[in-house]
Design a protein around this ligand. Structure first.
Ligand SMILES: Nc1ncnc2c1ncn2[C@@H]1O[C@H](COP(=O)(O)OP(=O)(O)OP(=O)(O)O)[C@@H](O)[C@H]1O
Ligand SMILES: Nc1nc2c(ncn2[C@@H]2O[C@H](COP(=O)(O)O)[C@@H](O)[C@H]2O)c(=O)[nH]1
Length: 220
């Protein structure tokens, strides 16, 4: 990847971007993001805090910070969260400090958050760092099959998530990109392409102006 950092400079080559993925529950965000994170050392996951209990395949501190409602409320009160929302009866939020540190060091950050969180990030000073992606399932029947096949939630939880899927999907127009997750490999290739192009945007290349000035002999 092209990078215009001045050799020996403490300034990173570019400012990190905020890669936000939303979808109705079960469309495949976690699956896609785990793949993307595994293969790309330039992007890290924003690990959310949640009051929901852990699933059997989830690890505290890696998939989520599993916290009590009281601890979550303290995080809200102490402005420790960049955004937060109640989703399916539980509270979820993005810890602020790790995101700010990663962005400042030039690392990209991946967020698996819902439309409420995405709207809140859009209203902050960080809006120009955002790249918002909405993932659609092929159809609602397939969405339900995926939630059942995942085998992590009770039938009533799945019914609740399906009942809210249409409300979530109605927010597709608030996103920069809308992808169909029919084939994981195709969708992953599209995500990689978006990430690559967004990283190359002129506004994110911090050393570019100096590089061009030096090329033109205009350095001062
Ligand atoms: N393209 C696909 N084809 C078939 N199955 C898929 C596809 N993508 C994901 N899945 C499966 O669908 C299930 C739900 O995926 P995943 O947990 O990634 O969804 P999610 O959007 O992260 O859901 P949540 O919002 O509840 O966290 C998983 O069992 C996953 O393996
Ligand atoms: N606004 C936020 N939404 C979040 C955050 N972390 C996760 N989520 C969203 O919640 C639902 C349910 O997740 P699940 O893991 O219980 O299936 C899903 O849409 C996530 O994207 C967050 O920090 N803020």
């Amino acid at each position: 990847m092209t990078a215009f950092a001045t050799p020996g400079s403490a300034t990173p080559a570019r400012r990190g971007l905020m890669f936000v993925m939303s979808s109705p529950s079960g469309a495949g965000k976690t699956t896609l993001s785990r793949r993307l994170l595994r293969e790309d050392p330039g992007i890290t996951l924003s690990v959310s805090a949640t009051t929901r209990p852990p699933r059997h395949d989830e690890t505290d501190g890696k998939d989520y910070y599993f916290v009590s409602p009281e601890r979550f409320q303290t995080m809200v009160k102490d402005h420790e969260l960049l955004e937060w929302a109640t989703v399916f009866g539980n509270r979820y939020g993005t810890p602020r400090a790790p995101v700010e540190a990663a962005l400042a060091s030039g690392s990209d950050v991946l967020f698996d958050i819902d439309w409420q969180g995405t709207q809140q990030l859009q209203q902050t000073d960080a809006a120009s760092d955002l790249v918002r992606i909405f993932i659609l399932p092929p159809d609602l029947g397939e969405l339900e099959r995926r939630l059942i096949a995942r085998d992590t939630d009770h039938p009533e939880v799945i019914a609740d998530r399906m009942a809210r899927a249409c409300d979530e999907i109605r927010h597709w127009g608030e996103y920069d990109y809308v992808l169909l997750n029919e084939s994981i490999e195709t969708c992953l290739a599209e995500l990689r392409a978006i990430l690559k192009a967004e990283r190359l945007r002129r506004k994110r290349q911090l050393g570019l102006a100096d590089f061009v000035r030096a090329m033109l002999g205009e350095g001062g």
